[in-house]
Design a protein around this ligand. Structure first.
Ligand SMILES: Nc1nc2c(ncn2[C@@H]2O[C@H](COP(=O)(O)OP(=O)(O)OP(=O)(O)O)[C@@H](O)[C@H]2O)c(=O)[nH]1
Ligand SMILES: [Mg+2]
Length: 401
């Protein structure tokens, strides 16, 4: 069992409307271990934050968790403006992050990829908090300096306007890589709206998608607490980064019958519920987290060894025996014998996801060609666009081999 003072402490920095909603949902959970009060909601638009509060079941006064920055009117889909406004207020934002992230050694940066605020600010913050180039002072503070930075990027519904698909590809490029081609986020988790929710984007469907995302994050965070063979947050990032396979998607199956413990079948079920379209047999990294009632673990009905063996067998069967990663079993005090499984599949071929946006990406790019105006009117310089396209292409090709 992990000692109470050794488990990973998580914090959440969310930017933009969708990212804010996911974070508010994390904050509002009844049972909220691992994160506690370590939540910061960033937005360029005060009204968006009000939407977040009113739509979620968040009773708490969110004021202390909120930082509105930039011109306070939103950036209307323009991620270049989102980035500029973040940079302009970076001192205040960094102060707030450091204040709210006290003790957090792992930080989740949550954003949607179709808009301008979150998509503009999160890739910038990931890089800036690591490089710390925008300030004259010594550093941004202890809770920024050493944090492991994991990001959640939410892919637009496939039927959303071309602008959104355009933003998403370039957002993914920037989460993965900095302009110089180096790794940006330590780990990038992808969730596709259309893939999680087949209803194609009626308003309340966001809540369903967000619930699924929160469920996966809960399982992921749980694996660093009270588990046998604890997955430390370093384990999530070290080996996948070393082999250049640091994009992931969660794949979740819950409430499986723990009386019929066929783990390989459970892994299959989870893999069928990956959050983006992907082929598990292309994965280069894979983690399995099994959550079971504490009593079953105590009675050795669920054991780490068995799960480990089953996961090895499952990986062999998928032809990915060499994928880096590990397994863990984590207890819940729930009654009964239901078991939940989270797979984190990484380094897979991204083309099945990217194919969905390929046509609208090109169409939108051509529309922009003359002035390359984004949403609210700023432009993206040709050189910048070339860099972002090349970085994504190189990363995807390296993983698709
Ligand atoms: N899963 C999920 N997706 C959302 C949610 N809200 C918005 N989206 C998606 O996110 C994209 C729009 O991004 P927003 O988060 O609204 O944008 P923003 O970051 O506030 O940026 P701007 O409003 O452009 O300044 C679209 O693709 C939406 O489908 C949400 O609560 N959950
Ligand atoms: Mg917004």
């Amino acid at each position: 069992m992990a000692q109470a003072d050794t488990f990973t402490r998580w914090g959440v920095v969310a930017a933009g409307e969708g990212g804010n909603r996911v974070a508010a949902e994390l904050l509002a959970r009844e049972d909220n271990p691992g994160i506690g009060e370590r939540v910061l909601l960033l937005n360029t638009n005060r009204a968006d934050i009000r939407n977040t509060i009113e739509q979620g079941d968040v009773d708490e006064d969110l004021d202390e968790y909120v930082r509105v920055f930039g011109d306070k009117r939103g950036v209307g889909n323009d991620f270049m403006a989102g980035e500029r406004q973040t940079e302009g207020d970076i001192d205040e934002i960094a102060d707030d992050v450091d204040d709210r992230m006290i003790s957090a050694d792992a930080q989740l940066f949550v954003t949607t990829l179709g808009g301008g605020t979150g998509n503009g600010s999160v890739p910038y913050l990931l890089r800036e908090f690591d490089e710390q180039t925008a300030i004259d002072s010594v550093d941004y503070g202890p809770w920024i300096d050493d944090a492991v930075r994991i990001t959640v990027g939410i892919w637009p519904y496939y039927n959303e306007p071309a602008q959104r698909q355009f933003n998403a590809r370039l957002g993914l490029s920037r989460l993965l890589r900095r302009d110089d081609g180096g790794q940006n986020a330590d780990m990038t988790l992808l969730a596709g709206n259309s893939h999680i929710d087949q209803s194609d984007g009626r308003r309340d469907s966001y809540d369903r998608v967000n619930e699924r995302i929160v469920e996966a994050l809960d399982l992921m965070i749980g694996a660093g607490r009270q588990s046998q063979s604890v997955i430390d947050v370093e384990d999530y990032v070290a080996k996948p980064s070393a082999v250049g396979a640091y994009h992931f998607t969660p794949a979740v199956a819950t409430e499986l019958n723990g009386k019929m413990l066929d783990y390989e079948l459970m892994f299959d079920k989870a893999a069928d519920n990956a959050f983006v379209p992907m082929d598990p047999s292309t994965s280069r990294a894979a983690f399995a987290i099994v959550r079971a009632p504490e009593r079953m673990i105590e009675r050795d009905e669920v054991t780490a060894n068995e799960i480990d063996r089953a996961f090895d067998a499952w990986k062999r069967e998928k032809g990915i025996a060499g994928a880096v990663g590990m397994t863990t079993v984590t207890p819940t005090d729930r009654r009964g014998s239901d078991v939940d499984v989270l797979l984190l599949l990484g380094g897979f071929d991204l083309n099945p996801l990217l194919d969905h946006s390929a046509d609208s990406y090109e169409a939108h790019k051509q529309n922009l060609e003359a002035a390359r105006q984004l949403g609210s009117g700023s432009t993206i310089p040709q050189r910048k666009l070339d860099t972002l396209e090349r970085n994504l292409e190189e990363y995807v090709d390296a993983n698709a081999r």
